[in-house]
Design a binder for this molecule. Structure first.
Ligand code: APR
Length: 321
């Protein structure tokens, strides 16, 4: 069977980590793409990881490029092109620069990899993935945003630390936009199937502690931006996107939260926002609609409103050229 091809647009911190993880997971051959000024970085990372492959024991071709023709035939394209946050910035502060980058990148993907499954990581995520779908004109099941897997992983880690149990036994859902208004769903998060509210009743934790964990999850990206001082998180974002790519390439039918285009689900139409979806060979095969209580609905609606205003800002930037 021919190897699959994965194109990584942006060969920065996340791009390089994606390239390494994709190889280690035997997902296919990899092209690291960046702008001409950073072509050396793309080629250098590609060569460095290729030289790691005999030690790690996997076979994959690696190439670095600044020519869109080299992404031709890609099965999956993962986009991190753009700028990351600096301390004190919100993800929304990036819209001015990154909207122009996504506009250019979307055209390159449309012309050169028209059949690809596209995963967007560039922030502000919900607006950027929406723009990507518009620019490429690809069906919405083939354009998806990475946020919920990462936000849920952060939530799961903090919960596992609180309960002193394996991260493997903690499931959690974080929905809504990938920003300050994201919605960690306590009722649908469990330790070995036991919902968090029951664990409070069982005396394993308190509501106050859960509230703090929810807040730390919301601020999870900013905490790392503050610590790094120069850039944003890259290991966990890359691993999250790789799990989505793997679900698609191996038709795993994983149920994971991703930014997907809603068409009436959750009462929302024409907007990308984080919801649970099934990812398999058909891309986003299904949007899973969970029921909300009044508090959850209010939080979700607030998040939808925040994403809508960001999408408006993005449209103005793109229209102004
Ligand atoms: N086309 C291709 N690549 C581009 C373009 C473009 N038009 N513009 C910028 N890039 C490249 C940069 O040259 C850089 O190599 O994107 C790369 C971004 O890498 P980093 O600056 O290291 O950023 P990273 O940490 O990887 O994050 C990328 O993901 O999580 C989000 O907020 C984060 O928006 C940011 C993105």
């Amino acid at each position: 069977m021919a190897r699959k091809k994965i194109a990584l647009i942006g060969a920065g911190q996340i791009g390089g980590t994606l390239a390494l993880l994709a190889g280690q997971k035997d997902l296919g051959d990899i092209v690291l793409f960046d702008i001409p000024q950073a072509e050396g970085t793309a080629k250098g990372k590609a060569l460095d990881i290729a030289q790691l492959s005999p030690v790690a024991g996997f076979d994959a071709n690696y190439a670095g490029s600044s020519n869109y023709k080299d992404i031709a035939g890609a099965d999956v394209v993962i986009v991190t092109a753009g700028v990351p946050r600096k301390p004190g910035m919100t993800r929304d502060d990036l819209v001015g620069i990154n909207a122009k980058v996504i506009n250019a990148v979307g055209k390159g993907i449309k012309e050169n990899a028209p059949d690809a499954f596209v995963i967007v990581i560039t922030n502000p995520l919900d607006a950027m993935v929406g723009l990507m779908q518009e620019v490429t004109g690809f069906p919405a099941n083939r354009v998806v945003g990475m946020a919920g897997v990462l936000d849920s992983a952060r939530f799961r880690l903090f919960l596992a630390e609180e309960f002193k149990v394996s991260v493997q036994d903690v499931t959690a859902f974080v929905l809504g936009g990938h920003g300050d208004t994201m919605v960690p769903l306590i009722r649908y998060s469990t330790v070995a199937g036991i919902p968090l509210p029951d664990l409070v009743k069982m005396g394993w934790t308190t509501q106050e502690k859960l509230d703090k964990i929810v807040q730390r999850t919301r601020d999870g990206g900013a905490e790392i931006v503050g610590l790094l001082g120069n850039g944003s998180a890259f290991y966990a974002p890359a691993a999250s996107a790789i799990s989505m790519a793997e679900a698609y390439l191996k038709d795993k039918k994983r149920v994971i939260p991703c930014a997907a285009l809603l068409n009436g689900e959750y009462g929302v139409k024409g907007l990308y926002i984080g919801v649970p979806v099934v990812i398999g060979k058909g891309g986003v095969e299904k949007v899973v609609e969970v029921s909300f209580n009044a508090d959850e609905k209010a939080m979700f609606d607030k998040s939808v409103a925040a994403v809508k205003s960001l999408v408006e800002a993005t449209k103005k930037i793109v229209a102004a050229g």
